[in-house]
Design a protein around this ligand. Structure first.
Ligand SMILES: Cc1cc2nc3c(=O)[nH]c(=O)nc-3n(C[C@H](O)[C@H](O)[C@H](O)COP(=O)(O)OP(=O)(O)OC[C@H]3O[C@@H](n4cnc5c(N)ncnc54)[C@H](O)[C@@H]3O)c2cc1C
Length: 271
């Protein structure tokens, strides 16, 4: 039997979280398979404040308890996120699994988190009387470890609106398509203004416990035309192959490297 609290408001949830050692529980798709003995859960999926997707002019704000299926139905969620989320597992998992849970689970293979890193998204954390907003890249320290404090919950994920309508690149390569947890994936957004690249990002899932993004290489794309970048493609690939690290997991480091380098080349070709 699953033991816990089922608050109806965010305020109630934060109060319980401040007083007891409870584990936030959204869709339970990760927690159910972890079998934490004696755990007391704080069920978040009945809290309306955490189930909204809103537009504040600067950010698209995704409530932590919004499910992937709800995200896919919303006109506010950008296409790059929809592409990533539509490939997560099977419908039953997408109906229960949430954006907040994907981030809270601290997996370096989390599909929606890769998109958040690529977009430069932020996370809003709440505890009683306190709010913290930080880049997702900072919040996700490494696999199994986030900056979440014991009295906090993830309230929202904030996607910068200027990146929501920007052209993007997204590819995930797994053993089996939809049911595979990402083994290797690349996501990026870019903007072209007056014929030159005005912003560029590339974030990778390649193992090793982190999402990899290299602003110093990205800076080398700015101010160039797509043709200039394509003409110097080998230089960009060299820069990435020197920086990216590839860990062995269910697949070899060499396999990951080959796939990621091919994806980066493909991304450059599509600019
Ligand atoms: C068969 C299967 C296939 C899967 N395939 C994929 C896949 O392809 N891609 C992928 O990315 N994931 C996949 N997953 C993993 C999982 O479905 C996702 O990580 C999902 O987003 C978790 O959301 P949840 O609401 O179910 O999280 P939960 O299980 O409820 O929680 C997960 C973690 O986040 C914490 N948490 C949840 N909400 C909050 C909050 N608001 N504040 C603070 N902490 C919180 C919990 O305490 C827990 O540590 C798969 C899982 C299964 C079982």
């Amino acid at each position: 039997m699953v033991n816990g609290y089922s608050p109806k408001s965010l305020q109630q949830a934060l109060l319980i979280r401040s007083k007891e050692a409870v584990i936030p529980y959204a869709g339970g798709t990760d927690l159910m398979v972890q079998n934490k003995k004696g755990a007391v859960y704080l069920f978040l999926n009945k809290i309306d404040e955490l189930r909204q997707i809103t537009d504040d002019g600067e950010y698209i704000r995704i409530g932590a308890a919004v499910t992937f299926t709800e995200g896919l139905k919303s006109d506010l969620i950008p296409q790059i996120m929809k592409e990533a989320v539509s490939r997560i597992a099977a419908p039953a998992i997408r109906n229960a699994g949430t954006f907040g849970g994907n981030l809270g689970n601290a997996s370096d293979k989390a599909d929606s988190v890769l998109i958040e890193v690529a977009m430069g998204a932020k996370v809003r954390l709440l505890s009683v009387g306190r709010e913290r907003i930080m880049p997702v890249e900072e919040f996700f320290i490494k696999r199994g470890n986030t900056a979440l404090a014991d009295d906090e919950i993830i309230a929202e994920i904030l996607l910068p609106k200027d990146k929501c309508s920007a052209p993007f690149y997204y590819k995930k390569v797994g053993g089996r398509n939809a049911l595979a947890i990402s083994r290797v994936a690349l996501a990026g957004v870019y903007e072209i203004k007056d014929g030159v690249i005005a912003s560029f990002s590339a974030a990778a899932i390649a193992g090793g416990g982190v999402f990899q993004r290299y602003p110093e290489i990205e800076a080398g794309f700015i101010g160039k035309t797509a043709d200039e970048i394509k003409a110097n493609k080998s230089e960009y690939l060299k820069a990435y192959s020197e920086k990216l690290t590839f860990a062995r997991g269910r697949v070899s480091a060499e396999y990951r490297k080959t796939v990621i380098m091919n994806l980066i080349g493909d991304y450059i070709d599509t600019l």
